[in-house]
Write a protein that binds this ligand. Structure first.
Ligand SMILES: *Cc1c(COP(=O)(O)O)cnc(C)c1O
Length: 228
């Protein structure tokens, strides 16, 4: 717990430094702690340290942890992984925000399981690589996907864009492109001003490029246990 507290404090200090270095207010940045593969007890420890935003990338793990930790009031779960349409109901039941909407079928699936009056915040995941297998909508499909969600998915609210930096390119350049894509999304959804970008290896670059939501795992949690 002491180590966790000091890693969290160190990352928050680096976030604040990176924000001030580019003239941004650190308080406008949401730091999501990615807890995938770690036990639910780690999430409880983080909650006790004041963390209110956590991220998971697998539906089954998300569902299990949210059920185990229902007592942690005010904790927001961000779903950041690839979602199968048949898991849409489970994802929607557990997540406050879905960062990984990258196709109309997934948007439709998430929308169709929404209750009347219930609105789910979603981000459009953008693929910053040329490899369709990496997940995310191709940049030239941003406007059509946004128009589909706005026009056809009344229980979803598009808040912005999400991306993972490519492995073979400096993150700063990739995140600059992402900022441009975020601007294009705002031509369809003017108030969609969230940019979810930046992980352990590249969050200062993401902050410099305007990220509003950082998804930071191992720098805070320590090394992840092996996949199950
Ligand atoms: C695991 C993961 C992260 C966090 O990665 P770290 O390098 O541990 O900070 C962020 N975003 C996504 C989509 C992830 O799957």
């Amino acid at each position: 717990m002491d180590d966790l507290a000091s890693r969290l404090a160190a990352v928050d200090a680096r976030i604040a430094d990176a924000a001030r270095a580019v003239g941004r207010d650190p308080s406008e940045i949401t730091r999501i702690v990615v807890t995938k593969f770690h036990p639910a007890s780690l999430v409880s420890d983080l909650f006790r340290l004041g963390v209110r935003d956590v991220g998971e990338n697998r539906q089954q793990e998300l569902t299990a942890k949210t059920q185990e930790l229902v007592a942690l009031e005010g904790l927001r779960w961000h779903f950041i992984g690839q979602a199968q349409t048949k898991k849409a109901r489970a994802v929607r039941a557990a997540a406050s925000v879905v960062h990984s909407v990258d196709r109309a079928r997934l948007a439709d699936a998430l929308d169709s399981v929404g209750e009347d009056g219930d609105v789910l915040d979603v981000l459009l995941q953008i693929n910053l690589t040329d490899d369709p297998g990496r997940g995310g909508v191709a940049p030239d499909q941003i406007e059509p996907l946004a128009e589909h969600v706005v026009g056809g998915c009344p229980t979803l609210r598009v808040r912005g864009v999400m991306a993972v930096a490519p492995l073979d390119e400096p993150a700063a350049a990739a995140f600059e492109r992402l900022a441009g894509y975020a601007g294009r999304l705002r031509t369809v959804v003017p108030d969609a001003d969230w940019i979810s970008a930046g992980m352990t290896a590249d969050f200062p670059e993401a902050i410099a490029a305007g990220a509003t939501h950082l998804r930071i795992g191992s720098a805070i949690t320590g090394e992840r246990p092996p996949h199950l």
